[in-house]
Ligand binder design. Sequence first.
Ligand code: SAH
Length: 225
Amino acid sequence: MNRDQGRRQMLRDIEEEVAFTRSMTGRDHLDPRVMAAMAEVPREAFVPPELRYAAFDNGPLPIGHGQTISQPYIVALMTDLLEPQPEHRVLEIGTGSGYQTAILSRLCSEVYSIEVVPALTEVARRLFDDLGYQNIHLRVGNGYQGWPEHAPYDGIIVTAAASHVPPALVEQLKPGGRLVIPVGEPYGHQELMQLEKAEDGEIRTRRVLGVAFVPMVDRDPTGGT
Ligand code: SAH
């Protein structure tokens, strides 16, 4: 299978899984803009070279440091649940491979992303330079604290499983904004949640789907740069 066939197959697999899970997610199909971003960003550039043959499979893949690049369907669904708009400034927790970051960068005006493993930030930074994605801002840090200097955000997406919804992230969300986050036990029961902050600050929470993410660790970065 060549690259174009691979990408087309990946898009079909996403559509199939969206249809299969529609009773849980409330989504029959995803925003065409989200699907266009999934078609545009070269997922093969975000996986380790030795796994490139599997880049378009609808599953997660290891990226080193005990972490994974998320499954394409989950990336697409979470992006859709965030309802990104061209003028939005969004925050991501868990840069990892940078794939979700890249998807968001095609749909929003600015993307801020925090990663706790410095080596992953470095690899992602080089990749964004190579791809010419210029509206991405990376930082090494503990995502439980968010990135207050650029708050408030139109949307916040967390791509590791948190034990609870971090209060700092709720605080850094704009009224009218959404937070998409997996919450649950490390390697145990986890649920993808969508929180909406109403204009009066009230928080509405919806459980979307059972998921399996690597844990969000509540610690400062280690491992040097
Ligand atoms: N969006 C990424 C997902 C990577 S897995 C991708 O598709 O490639 C989740 C990432 O969250 C890992 O890289 C992990 O190191 C990171 N992470 C875990 N806890 C974190 C924290 N407290 N702050 C920031 N990043 C964290």
